[in-house]
Write a protein that binds this ligand. Structure first.
Ligand SMILES: OCN(O)CCCc1ccccc1
Ligand code: NI
Length: 183
């Protein structure tokens, strides 16, 4: 099972590179990896398991965070309406996005960053993501608000981008233009 010791921290080269496209169909080993990533997220959100294995709660994980420079991401969370987003995706790509932005009022964190980095992280408010799922089916997701933010955070990891790269250096709490806060 994946635990925190498997997650590389900032400074590790895998977090700074552009990860490679995965050739399809994915291998059984790659399927296992995606499943293990999803199970980690579920475990990290289970109070008992998280406490037992000292897991930090996460709503998403990207393969480069495991030192694996391949374009895999996993997400597991519910949105404010209780809709469950639980996906293991291959080669996710943002194919369109709104001009309008959004940001989490409390800022973002990252399992690969063992410190608080304050400030607003400007994100697109709406995105359309195309990917392949764990069974090789094409997936097209239209996402808005918090779900859109999570996917952007994970896809950033595939391109060597950390959440704090988006924070305004001069004024971290400058309200991003044309953007709405997400509580
Ligand atoms: O890359 C995953 N990760 O480090 C876990 C936290 C993910 C995340 C945190 C805040 C807002 C969006 C996504
Ligand atoms: Ni992260």
């Amino acid at each position: 099972m994946i635990t925190m010791k498997d997650i590389v921290r900032e400074g590790h080269p895998s977090l700074q590179k552009v990860a490679k496209e995965v050739s399809l169909p994915i291998t059984d080993e790659e399927k296992q990896l995606l499943n293990d990533m999803l199970i980690f997220l579920q475990n990290s959100q289970d109070e008992e398991i998280a406490q037992k294995y000292k897991l930090r709660a996460g709503v998403g994980l990207a393969a480069p965070q495991l030192g694996i420079e391949k374009r895999f991401i996993a997400v597991h969370f519910e949105d404010v309406d209780g809709k469950l987003y639980s996906y293991g995706l291959v080669n996710p790509k943002i194919i369109s996005h709104s001009v309008e932005g959004c940001y989490i009022a409390g800022g973002e964190g990252c399992l690969s960053v063992d410190r608080v980095v304050e400030g607003y992280v400007p994100r697109y408010r709406r995105i359309t993501v195309k990917a392949t799922d764990i069974d090789g089916n094409p997936v097209k997701l239209r996402l808005k608000g918090y779900p859109a933010i999570v996917f952007q955070h994970e896809i950033d990891h595939l391109n060597g981008v950390m959440f704090y790269d988006h924070i305004d250096k001069e004024n971290p709490f400058k309200t991003p233009d044309n953007a709405v806060p997400i509580e």
